[in-house]
Ligand binder design. Structure first.
Ligand code: FEO
Length: 174
């Protein structure tokens, strides 16, 4: 496969792997702070990022390239509060979107239309993930320092994951 595209895909593998670890750290922090709904949300999100990484690894290998399994930096252990967690999540997703856009650009420059087609799935996924992060952050901002509101938010987040998993199973998974 085109070496420039291969190297950009490997960079993206690393980004997805780092995202998975970052959200795993957030899940663990939330679990340790009694935010069980947020923990479940982050564990699920971390699994999704691992799936994004695997999808890239398989694509690179199937096309005759070599997928590189990256070393990952240790993510933070501690976070200021729930708002800070979701602010970091949104910031991180925006940076992932930028790197997907760079990947699209490289595919076009190198006239690799097969990879370009493959990457479109990530373009749509990023749109959804950024929108979800913004919606959640807006809710957290509305709640402010109201502990009762935070409790309900955390409970609702847990319910929304159960609902998403159920409808995903009914649709035969992704
Ligand atoms: Fe796979 Fe949320 O980036």
């Amino acid at each position: 496969m085109n070496t420039r595209v291969e190297s950009a895909l490997n960079e993206q593998i690393k980004k997805e792997a780092s995202s998975s670890q970052f959200y795993l750290a957030m899940a663990s922090w939330a679990e340790g702070n009694g935010l069980n709904g947020t923990a479940k949300f982050m564990y699920t999100h971390s699994d999704e990022e691992r799936f994004h990484m695997l999808k890239l690894i398989k694509f690179v290998n199937e096309r005759g390239g070599t997928a590189l399994i990256p070393a990952i930096e240790q993510p933070p252990v501690d976070f200021k509060n729930l708002k800070n967690v979701f602010e970091l999540l949104l910031k991180h997703e925006i940076s992932v979107t930028e790197s997907i856009n760079d990947l699209v650009d490289i595919c076009l420059q190198e006239k690799d239309y097969t990879t370009h087609n493959f990457v479109q799935w990530y373009v749509s996924e990023q749109l959804e993930e950024e929108a979800l992060a913004r919606t959640i952050l807006d809710k957290i901002k509305l709640i402010g320092n109201d502990n009762g509101g935070l409790y309900l938010f955390d409970r609702d987040l847990e319910a929304s994951i159960i609902q998403a998993n159920t409808s995903n199973q009914m649709n035969g998974g992704n």
